[in-house]
Design a protein around this ligand. Structure first.
Ligand code: ADP
Length: 269
């Protein structure tokens, strides 16, 4: 599969223009997010992305596992495991960085998500927020500008996808609002399974609301809008761009290695 460049991953602005993100169930925003041209969304195998950094949902040992971790280690080759062995593991909510070896990205950021704790969901939320924040901090420290996140903790670690997507969007939005956020060109959410596609479709418009003219919020004023010609042109341009986008999996991938990480010694979040 040919690698997908960061520039080819659709931004939220483009997706709103194409009405590929449903804003109908979100509350009408007070104002559009400033970040919609620096946040991307794609349903893809994260190992195919030629971005500066991909973020791996690792476990505390950092020695590989199932799910996305397994896919990343397989695609990167055995040198990744050798480098990971030198890192002495990683705490839940923290992140470490390695080279990417045979992957098309430049670096891999390994973050350890929480195993979802339904008795203490607030604790899980704080750890998950910290995963996103610490990963983005590492990216900035290393001068990496395009960062793609897998849906941390939503697989084997059992974090409900809807809640996890909200935490992810909130944490990324708040990082982009800060001074260090200006140093990033694009933060990309990578979905894989259908449940995460649905979760991000719901969460993104809440935390990154569309500008009025690109959203379903335009309502009654649309017909009398003097900029209608410009909008039609922008839509045509967006559609032309979208036709060049890479195709994404249409069915949920079956991954026989998914159960492997559970068998590892990680027992607490
Ligand atoms: P965790 O243990 O943190 O839950 P998993 O790897 O089990 O980590 O799952 C995290 C997310 O990664 C899930 O949403 C899963 O669907 C997704 N995923 C699995 N394989 C890939 C892949 N190759 N590319 C992108 N996402 C993937």
């Amino acid at each position: 599969m040919a690698p997908i460049a960061a520039a080819d991953i659709p931004t939220l602005n483009l997706l709103y223009k194409l009405k590929k993100l449903d804003t109908s169930s979100s509350p009408s925003p007070k104002r559009a997010s400033d970040h919609n041209d620096r946040v991307g969304l794609i349903r893809a195998d994260i190992t195919s992305l030629a971005v500066d950094a991909i973020v791996n949902a690792a476990n505390k040992s950092l020695l590989g596992g199932g799910g996305v971790d397994g896919a990343i280690h397989r695609a990167a080759g055995p040198q990744l495991l050798s480098e990971c062995r030198t890192l002495n593991g990683c705490e839940t909510g923290s992140s470490k960085i390695t080279d990417a070896y045979n992957l098309p990205c430049k670096k891999v950021i390994h973050t350890v998500g929480p195993i979802y704790d339904e008795i203490r969901p607030e604790r899980s939320k704080a750890s998950l927020q910290s995963c996103y924040k610490s990963s983005l901090e590492l990216a900035v420290q290393h001068g990496l500008k395009t960062v793609a996140f897998s849906a941390i903790s939503t697989g084997i670690y059992g974090y409900p996808s809807g809640e996890a997507a909200m935490v992810a969007c909130e944490a990324v939005a708040s990082f982009l609002d800060g001074d260090d956020g200006k140093k990033l060109d694009k933060v990309i959410f990578v979905t894989f399974e259908e449940k995460d596609v649905r979760a991000y479709n719901q969460a993104l418009p809440r935390f990154f609301p569309p500008a009025a003219e690109t959203s379903a919020y335009q309502g009654m004023n649309a017909e009398s809008d003097p900029d209608e010609g410009d909008q039609a042109e922008a839509k045509a341009e967006a559609e032309a761009k979208a036709n060049q986008l890479p195709s994404v999996p249409t069915t949920d991938p079956a991954d026989p290695s998914r159960t492997q990480k559970k068998q590892k010694q990680d027992t607490e979040a």
